[in-house]
Ligand binder design. Structure first.
Ligand code: XLS
Ligand code: CA
Ligand code: CA
Length: 449
């Protein structure tokens, strides 16, 4: 479906119309080549499968600054008015962008939409003023909120963490922000609420009580969950793992770490994971690996769709363009039956050197086409009977007889020993890795998508 295009008093992208699907033959940089919201793949439309979201922070706040120099882009929506006038213009630009790109969802942090005040009460008032605006624009356009979150990592007070800060006063301050951001998410009908660990971690083991900090973290999440549920939040709470940066050691290292933490503290019923591709690669895994760890646990909540750079060990937050990664990722998502009430959020920033206003459109179009191609190709691969045969036939020895008795817990160590003694040297079963890789590559080039 197409969203109603929104423009404020003055359009910020006057040269761009709503982006349309023109097909693989098109060389128009402002058109989709594969992503077609109405196209049906594996029983659902692309829009339903992918539930794309645009993020507020990189796309409308970041201007391309890095540790060696200031921003390179001047946002025309940054006006010299008061803070509310600025926030309003930024929101107008954002809703114009969302609706021209024709994505169904968006995501925010409290202080990318609003601005921090001198006190808790003032910050709450600032956020409420901006939520009122967002509510109107959502109503006018049909845009929906995929998730909201609180930025409890930028302000210097959070230098030692938020929920894991050794100072209780800082923890309480962070709670005030989470409460307000959750109120905002509820008011805007958000389908999820995200906790990224920010500075939840440590730099020096000798001055840190890790056990106590992790217990505080769990308690904080529990109280946030209770508040959300008591106040009408029916969506999913999401934890977003990241192994490092800003802290040297971050508690939410990767998917398996977070799954263990959630289960240990009895939080897995309300919390799932938001997997960001770049964070997974920082943890030394592949995007598809962490997705699979989540789907195996029934805890895949949502995806931050971006990528890192294989030569760099930091969070480059580039737009996803690696088709191989998108295919593998979508195979995991499709096999698990889809992304549920999560989505694919472009937590990605255009490069510092990309300075044209329409580069923001080009980047998102590329990301959407990459995941749409990933979806189409993944579906074709999974529909080829060889895909499941190659995986599941390897485990056939557990389907019946002694293998199945083992899975049921009916064989003890002595019984296993006796079976080994009777059978002698096991026969080899080829893993056929090269064949699997060849099949995937064949489908990447076979057939139009
Ligand atoms: C930072 C994270 C952050 C979360 C939301 O690395 O990706 O943007 O997604 O706080
Ligand atoms: Ca992210
Ligand atoms: Ca990131």
């Amino acid at each position: 479906m197409s969203r109603t295009v929104f423009t404020g008093d003055k359009p910020y992208f006057p040269d761009v119309d709503q982006i349309k699907h023109e097909g693989p033959g098109s060389d128009n940089p402002l058109a989709f080549k594969t992503y077609d919201p109405e196209r049906v793949v594996a029983g659902k439309t692309m829009e339903e499968h992918l539930r794309f979201a645009v993020c507020y922070w990189h796309s409308f706040c970041a201007t391309g600054g890095d540790p060696f120099g200031p921003g390179t882009r001047v946002h025309p929506w940054t006006v010299n008015g008061d803070r509310l006038a600025n926030a309003t213009e930024k929101m107008n630009a954002a809703f114009e962008f969302f609706t021209k790109l024709n994505v169904p969802y968006w995501c925010f942090h409290d202080f990318d939409m609003a601005w921090e005040g001198e006190s808790v009460a003032e910050s709450e008032k600032n956020l409420q003023a901006v939520v009122d605006l967002a509510k109107e624009r959502q109503k006018a356009t049909g845009m929906k909120l995929l998730w909201g979150t609180a930025n409890a990592f930028s302000n210097p007070r959070y230098m030692n963490g938020a929920a894991t800060n050794p100072n209780f006063e800082v923890l309480a301050y962070a709670a005030s922000q989470v409460k307000a951001a959750m109120d905002a998410t509820i008011e805007l009908g958000g389908e999820n609420y995200v906790f990224w660990g920010g500075r939840e971690g440590y730099a020096c083991l000798q001055n840190t009580d890790t056990k106590r900090e992790l217990e505080h973290f769990a308690m904080f999440l529990e109280k946030a969950r209770d508040y959300g549920r008591a106040n009408g939040f029916e969506g999913t709470f999401l934890i977003e793992p990241k192994p490092m940066e800003p802290m040297k050691h971050q508690y939410d290292f990767d998917a398996q770490t977070v799954i263990g933490f959630l289960r240990h503290h009895g939080l897995a019923g309300d919390f799932k994971l938001n997997i960001e591709a770049n964070h997974v690669t920082l943890a030394g895994h592949t995007f598809a690996h962490d997705l699979r760890m989540c789907t195996d646990a029934g805890l895949l909540g949502s995806v931050d769709a971006n990528r890192g750079d294989p030569q760099n060990g930091w969070d480059t937050d580039q737009f996803p363009s690696d088709l191989y990664d998108c295919v593998h990722g979508m195979m995991v998502v499709l096999e698990a039956g889809g992304i549920g009430n999560g989505g694919f959020n472009f937590d990605a920033k255009i490069r510092r050197e990309s300075t044209d206003l329409n580069d923001l459109f080009i980047a998102h179009i590329g990301g959407m086409d990459s995941f749409a191609r990933g979806l189409v190709i993944a579906d074709r691969i999974l529909s080829d009977s060889r895909s499941s045969e190659l995986r599941f036939d390897r485990y056939k020895s557990f389907d019946s007889g002694d293998g199945s008795r083992f899975e049921n817990g009916d064989l003890d160590l002595v019984a296993l020993r006796d079976i080994a003694a009777k059978n002698g040297e096991p026969r080899q079963i080829s893993a056929k890795q090269e064949l699997v890789e060849n099949i995937i590559n064949d489908y990447i080039v076979r057939g139009e998508c």
